[in-house]
Write a protein that binds this ligand. Structure first.
Ligand code: FAD
Ligand code: SF4
Ligand code: SF4
Ligand code: SF4
Length: 458
């Protein structure tokens, strides 16, 4: 039975569906990536959340591979992308370039420059992969995860569906089909994290868990099918869903293109109530663990892509597609600054901690600024002094004093230039022990105080 290490305490947790439910699903942090159902036949997806349909044997796989549980991002980055450029917000990368497919047919069906579809077909035709995990639109743009095995199936999945699609559910087919030896996975940054976990620590006894390439899509936020398609496009904009040719979210607008060539627009801020709950605390814009991350942000022409090439493997794939005349590429230019800004803004999102919790911690006799720094470290997964100072708008000297107090209290440790919060269960136990000691000391004074009372009042 696997347990989660809880360094220094007697606490231990058995990773199970119950734990996934309690710490991810019930907390509304599930990004509906499909991984848990992809790795376990006892889990089903009901369109909004995963559900256990059978007895849970507590193998821990659903918990381990969920992208909303611990992901050793820094460790993975160092192993995967050695010797590349490193940026705090964009992650590690070899190169940032603009790219466009030379295939007119692909350009006519793709979301932007068709880089994703072109790379996948090239990899398939070169025998580098046997298939690709993708999102295809079914009737009325209902998205469905598929394992595409032919160029035609890859083309059928082209185009962005700005709604949650549990792509990783299709990993079930990768596990069960022995004829599938190597696949590519296309996903949003949250799905990329799950794919990378499955590749770096495979659950199947096959090298890299059969995962050859991971292609990430830039993502600011995503929406529910009911909210975007049914409520907004069908009801508010009065567009029949079967009449949609394509839709896009760019420069603050939702744009719907109909089959008759009409274009309808709506400010994207009107969609915020339909945003998926996990997106509000998601900090990764580019998919920093992908081999290559693709989007259009910062590019003037919607028919081009901006790509962040991270791994040597992705660089080779791109080069060979260019050599084969399937792609045109150009320098990234100003587009990189635009995504950098977008990535920095998204990195500031945090999981919320309730005001009541701040209050309770402050009641332990800890200054409220110290509690705020501790919770910021907790929700950001650790930070440097510079990041903390920027996020909390606290000056260097004051922050230095707070960090020293927290270190002395045992609420954080230093790791290189970063501060890592101590596990809350340990913090709570340490504070409880301190309070118990204090109460013991006060109780020792009870006879002395009682004596005064008795002498004065009888
Ligand atoms: C929900 C969402 C939000 C995005 N947000 C941004 C953004 O803020 N800024 C930005 O620059 N770019 C964003 N993108 C990426 C952009 O829309 C294009 O996907 C990207 O530029 C690739 O273009 P392409 O022409 O190469 O894609 P194509 O060649 O058309 O291929 C697109 C691929 O994306 C996959 N896909 C489509 N929808 C989904 C989905 N819902 N979940 C998982 N995979 C899917 C398809 O299977 C297909 O393989 C977003 C994409 C999605 C799906
Ligand atoms: S059997 Fe394993 S993968 Fe399936 S629900 Fe239980 S812990 Fe999760
Ligand atoms: S985030 Fe993915 S793996 Fe985690 S619970 Fe949701 S669907 Fe399952
Ligand atoms: S914002 Fe984050 S959690 Fe939401 S769909 Fe995009 S990558 Fe996933």
């Amino acid at each position: 039975m696997a347990t989660i290490a809880t360094s220094g305490t007697a606490l231990s947790y058995t990773p199970s569906f119950e734990l996934l439910n309690r710490w991810v699903i019930e907390k509304q942090l599930c990004c509906y990536c499909g991984t848990c159902a992809g790795v376990c036949p006892r889990i089903t997806l009901d369109g909004k959340v995963p559900r256990l349909i059978n007895y849970c044997s507590e193998c821990g796989n659903c918990y381990k591979y969920c992208p909303q549980t611990y992901v050793p991002v820094k460790e993975f980055e160092e192993k995967l992308f050695p010797g590349t450029n490193k940026d705090e917000s964009l992650g590690y990368y070899e190169k940032c370039i603009l790219a466009q497919s030379t295939d007119k047919n692909i350009l006519s069906i793709a979301q932007n420059g068709g880089l994703v579809t072109t790379l996948l077909i090239h990899a398939l035709e070169a025998g580098l992969i046997d298939g690709a995990i993708l999102a295809v639109a079914e009737k009325d743009w209902m998205p469905k995860p598929i394992l595409a095995r032919t160029p035609e199936e890859i083309k059928k999945a082209a185009g962005s569906k700005y709604v949650m699609c549990p792509n990783m559910f299709a990993y079930r087919e990768v596990i069960s089909d022995p004829t599938v030896k190597k696949v590519a996975i296309v996903g949003l940054p949250c799905q990329v994290r799950a794919a990378r976990k499955l590749q770096m620590e495979p659950m199947i006894p096959v090298k890299n868990g059969k995962i050859e390439f991971i292609i990430g899509l830039f993502c600011h936020r995503n929406f529910s099918y009911e909210g975007l398609l049914l409520e907004t496009i069908k009801k508010t904009l009065n567009i029949d869903l079967s009449n949609i040719k394509k839709f896009d979210i760019s420069k603050g607008k939702l744009m719907v293109f109909t089959q008759e060539g009409k274009q309808v627009e709506l400010p994207v801020k009107e969609l915020s109530k339909y945003s998926w709950s996990s997106c509000s605390s998601c900090t990764d814009f580019t998919g920093r663990l992908a081999d290559i991350s693709v989007g259009n942000a910062g590019v003037i022409d919607l028919n081009w892509n901006l790509a962040i090439v991270r791994s040597k493997k992705a660089m080779e794939l791109l080069d060979s597609a260019v050599k084969a005349g399937k792609l045109k590429i150009a320098e990234g230019g100003d587009a990189i600054n635009a995504i950098l800004k977008e990535a920095q803004k998204k990195a500031e999102r945090r999981e919320k901690v309730s005001e009541a919790l701040y209050q309770h911690f402050s009641e332990l006799g800890v200054p409220s600024e110290d509690v705020r720094v501790y919770f910021t470290l907790l929700t950001s997964g650790g930070a440097s002094a510079v990041e903390l100072s920027k996020a909390l708008n606290i000056g260097e000297t004051e922050l230095g004093a707070i960090l020293a107090r927290l270190r002395e209290r045992g609420w954080l440790v230093e790791y290189g230039d970063r501060y890592i919060p101590t596990r809350p269960s340990i913090v709570l136990r340490m504070e409880t022990a301190k309070l118990q000691n204090l109460i013991k000391k006060v109780l020792e004074k009870e006879p002395e105080l009682e004596g005064i009372y008795v002498r004065k009042f009888g």
